[in-house]
Design a binder for this molecule. Sequence first.
Ligand code: DAH
Length: 360
Amino acid sequence: MEEWAWNAFFHFSSIPSFLPEIRRQMKEEILALEKRALAELDSISDHTELERFRVTYLGKKGLLTSLLKRLGELTPEERPEAGQLANKVKTALTRKFEETGEKLDSGTARKDVDLDVTLPGRKPARGSLHPITQVLQEICAIFVRMGYRIVKGPNVELDYYNFEALNMPKDHPARDMQDTFYVSDNVVLRTQTSPMQVRTMEGQKPPVSVISPGKVYRRDSDVSHTPMFHQVEGLLVDRGVTFGDLKGTLTAFVHQMFGSETRLRFRPSFFPFTEPSAEVDIRCVICKGKGCRTCSFSGWLEILGSGMVDPNVYRFVDYDPEIYSGFAFGLGIERISMLKYGIDDIQLFYRNDIRFLRQF
Ligand code: DAH
């Protein structure tokens, strides 16, 4: 506090007690003094300031002492209450004064000026790519090296692209397999990345070679299903494309993804938009084919669906099936990631547990 302010305060506190309104203000004065003193203690940063504080407030001629002396001016009825309050304040200020002294000694007191710029800084925690993002990028990189172009499409998709033009009319039983989130009668959250086949072919003539990574949605949730998951779709159409090309391409992919020793097999299957269709299995990466829980003791793991594009699909995009042929495939990123890293619960990917995520 400034010199003049102290003087004013001393002057004020020695105003004769025959002014009754001043006396009534005694309680407020004590509280105001406490407030000011505590605030001042908070800003003290060295022992010199602390000593000055002691003399000013707690010393023999200090402000608190002179307030206590003035208690004598009160009437006997008024005295006990004001006295108690003043003593409480004195105890509180004394304790805080001592604590501040201890803090200064141990170096934990506020120091505005003492900044040690030579201390090492605190390292901010470094983030990393989500395992799903990492695997997705790895898959895309493999196909980009083979000459595929990456295309992306809408998550909220027309029924037409998600089902209709993929040879799945409204009453098609295959729709049941993909528990769909409907936005309206004709709009869905896409259940697969396959609609990008149609969108791509609509926009260009062959040759076509694209992959389309992204989120897909199904009403499903357990240890191997989440309502949102990721797929990568692949499509190649040109003159004279055969099932042999499909096998060669997917074999090259599996060998790069899981190692060149990995055996794979093509198993006949059905998808409405490919004919013939095949599911691709790889030798179980956990037991190497001996049989274990992960592969349900079959020795094989299913990793993707594929096939030759059904001529019916070409009709929707105005491609002549007599001239062009092609193949398509679709794979689930979560599934591939689980197999690659030996993860047995898909939900782990989306719990945001840093201990899990840090391992990748
Ligand atoms: N869209 C299929 C699914 O989600 C996967 C799929 C199978 C994609 C065969 C294809 C394909 O392109 O040819 O189950």
